[in-house]
Design a protein around this ligand. Structure first.
Ligand code: GDP
Ligand code: MG
Length: 731
């Protein structure tokens, strides 16, 4: 048998678009119909009527753009036109365009349309606006609650339009198969009224067109148009219905002292509030509420500070414990590079420059890159979560000691990482005096470059107490910064501090991408510093420590080495393989010792050695020997260089392990002089890059002032500590 295709003729469907003005109805209408539209007027009124066509699969769709309304009450021509069309022309489906960013207002119309009992579809348009407002709508839940399909669209980007059409067709099919629209339930009194009127309508008339419940509600609302319709069709019979409704209205009025319409409107908003509560997460609101709760603890007068100290402690802990691993790998990598170049390159001055200058210099600093990255990551985390603003808030009272606000504490905190970005971060301070003062205080915050010095010195001389010593140094930095601020405020920046509001932004879940970007932007500065200033500095130090090339040594080191070699080679030849290995090892050790002694003498007679000796007058009173003095001077290039310079000067090459520790102890350095040196490193001249940044951000005057001021403070503090220690017998 041949199956005759009776479906060859396309199915026709009418889709009406309803919605508030400006919900994007016309935009969606245009998206759907393109140029195939006809503009006219609704019959009898001057309201514009737009109709358009659309072919979708086997469907010929006719789209009607209903007038925009906020409700379906009979108060305006638009409202009446829209609802008459839906009730009388019976479009196959009413698509309600909802402004998703304004769900409450839109739902007021939408649930009335649902109430008409016709197939309906909710379109959450302006999904983009809702998203930027932080409104998240659970469309599945909304769809479940209301028993109709819900789709998202972005009208002006033509997004979701196809889904809309598919969902509309599907919903029409469902109604063909017997689906009924879901009733919105109101409070008991209202429901009792509705049900009484419904019963009366059923008793009075079987042939009333349109939804029973909707008609009952409209009669209860005293809707003139619906009542007229009943009057026309039922004449006398309608009186009974009206009387029932009137009795209900009176009861409602007695109960609530308000008209039925108003009570129902309240109820509708109650229903809407319920829907919203279940389907919307207002991320902004939620964030604000949540933030308020978190702030009860984090910015509490008593809890705030310990929590803050804990976070800072955790930050350092993370920075150094986690950073230790990649640090080792990098260190090994640099060593490997240096060794392999050493093997392949023939001896030359260029090779010395490359290995002992460039690679030793850059290498000793690049190993701290992981620490710096982690530290900056933590700082970015504080910033992006909104905690940084709380830190500022907590420190506000402390900062007032210096006549500054908590906001100044943010750049200072960043100074733990690197003074350069920290000083640039003072740009957020509105007041110029505050800004300069903060810039002058920031270098006292112990930057990450100083840490290697503490690790070496505290590690060598304070053993298990090293951690405490380092923590105390950081604390000293903060105290000196704040006292300095107070001092400078009193002398140089007289005047009241301007009041200002410290904003507490809501806490946010940080985005990894943004954290990484922040971390990278700051670390980039560090890398630039390495490629520029540190590279040049390393070369200069190398030149100063490598020249003059010919030095008259106090002993014939090379002769000693040669004698050793020939002595050992005879002994090695005369013994078995195993013992030969042992002898070779001894030989190498001895040669290394001689080499080191030679190197030390060479450096002491080089230009840098001469500079160091000249500086002894300055450093002697604070217990620092000439090698350490030179290291401190080179530290002006970058604090990281201090350790590598000490490595060179104490004759241990690039080996920063316990070789340096032994050498330091042998050179006569004591715990007290090590402490003095650490304090000096903590406080003296920030590095070259910092001075340049201060210059760029303020003026040459302040850059110069900072240079002299910090060095003076450092010297005085070291002097006090050293002399006090001597008097107390710790020397
Ligand atoms: P109507 O009054 O409901 O017909 O609204 P229109 O279609 O005239 O749209 C009102 C405005 O909203 C227009 O400027 C549209 O470009 C814009 N619009 C429509 N849909 C969206 C949307 O999803 N997102 C955004 N951001 N704007 C939209
Ligand atoms: Mg329009």
């Amino acid at each position: 048998m041949l199956d005759l295709k009776k479906d060859d003729m396309n199915k026709k469907l009418t889709i009406a678009l309803a919605g508030n003005p400006n919900s994007g109805k016309t935009t969606i209408f245009n998206n759907l119909t393109g140029a195939r539209q006809k503009v006219g007027n609704w019959p009898g009124v001057t309201v514009e009527k737009k109709e358009g066509k659309l072919k979708h699969k086997e469907y010929d769709l006719s789209i009607i753009d209903l007038p925009g309304t906020y409700s379906l009450t009979p108060f305006s021509i638009e409202e009446i036109t829209a609802r008459d069309f839906i009730l009388n022309e019976k479009p196959d489906i009413v698509v309600t365009i909802i402004d998703a960013s304004n769900l409450e207002r839109s739902l007021f119309l939408a649930i009335q349309i649902l109430e008409l009992g016709r197939p309906a579809l909710f379109v959450l348009n302006m999904a983009d606006v809702a998203e930027t407002k932080g409104i998240r709508i659970n469309e599945k839940k909304l769809s479940e609650l209301l028993g109709l399909p819900v789709v998202f669209t972005i009208g002006n980007k033509n997004k979701g339009i196809n889904t809309l059409v598919e969902a509309a067709i599907e919903e029409v099919k469902q109604f063909d198969e017997g689906k009924k629209s879901r009733d919105i339930r109101y409070s008991n009194e209202i429901e009792a009224c509705i049900s009484k009127v419904e019963t009366q309508i059923i008793q009075s008339a079987e042939n009333i067109d349109g939804a029973l419940r909707w008609n009952a509600i409209k009669i209860l609302e005293d809707d003139k148009i619906v009542k007229d319709k009943f009057q026309n069709i039922l004449s006398g019979e309608s009186i009974k219905i009206f009387q029932t409704a009137e009795a209900c209205r009176k009861r409602i009025y007695d109960l609530f002292e308000d008209d039925f319409e108003i009570v129902l409107t309240d109820d509708r908003y109650g229903v809407i509030a319920g829907i919203i509560k279940e389907t919307i997460t207002n991320l902004v609101r939620k964030r604000i509420d949540m933030s308020r709760n978190i702030d009860l603890v984090l910015t509490d007068r008593f809890f705030g500070i310990p929590v803050f100290v804990f976070f800072i402690w955790a930050m350092f802990q993370l920075t150094f414990s986690l950073g230790a691993y990649p640090m080792e790998w990098l260190d090994a990598g640099v060593g490997l590079l240096s060794n392999s170049l050493d093997k392949v390159m023939p001896p030359s001055m260029g090779k010395d420059l490359l290995l002992d200058g460039v690679i030793a210099g850059i290498g000793s600093i690049i190993i701290f890159l992981p620490n710096i990255l982690i530290l900056f990551f933590c700082i970015a985390l504080f910033e992006d979560t909104g905690y940084m603003a709380r830190a500022a808030f907590i420190m506000d009272r402390v900062m007032h000691t210096s006549g500054l606000h908590g906001k100044s504490f943010i750049p200072m905190l960043m100074g733990f990482g690197c003074s350069v970005p920290a000083i640039m971060a003072t740009r957020t301070l509105e007041n110029d005096k505050d800004r300069i003062l903060t810039i002058l205080m920031t270098p006292f915050m112990s930057c990450s470059a100083r840490l290697p010095v503490y690790i070496v010195l505290a590690g060598s001389f304070f053993a298990e107490k090293a951690g405490t010593v380092i923590f105390m140094l950081y604390l000293t930095g903060i105290v000196i910064a704040i006292l300095s601020g107070r001092f400078l405020r009193a002398i140089l920046f007289k005047g009241e501090d301007a009041p200002f509001i410290m904003e507490l932004p809501p806490y946010r879940m940080p985005m990894l991408k943004s954290l990484l970007i922040h971390m990278w932007e700051r670390s980039k500065m560090f890398l630039k510093k390495m490629g520029g200033v540190i590279l040049i500095g390393s070369i200069i130090i190398w030149v100063l420590s490598s020249f003059p090339r010919t030095i008259s040594y106090s002993a014939d080191y090379d002769g000693k080495i040669n004698a050793l070699k020939s002595d050992y080679s005879q002994r090695i030849a005369a013994t078995d393989a195993q013992e030969a290995e042992e002898l070779k090892r001894q030989l190498n050790l001895k040669i290394k010792n001689i080499d080191n002694t030679k190197e030390q003498e060479r450096v002491s007679k080089s230009y840098i050695g001469k500079i160091g000796k000249a500086l002894e007058v300055f450093f002697e009173p604070i217990g620092i020997g000439w090698q350490a003095s030179v290291a401190l001077v080179t530290g002006f290039v970058a604090k990281e260089v201090v350790v590598s310079t000490m490595g060179v000067l104490y004759g241990v090459g690039n080996d920063e392990g316990d070789a340096l520790e032994k050498a330091l102890k042998k050179s006569g350095m004591t715990a007290l002089s090590a402490l003095s040196m650490m304090i000096f490193v903590l406080l003296y001249i920030p590095c070259f890059a910092t001075i340049v940044t201060i210059y760029k951000e303020t003026s040459a005057k302040w850059a110069g002032f900072n240079l002299i001021y910090t060095t003076m403070v450092a010297w005085v503090m070291s002097f006090l500590v050293y002399k006090t220690g001597m008097v107390l017998g710790f020397g």
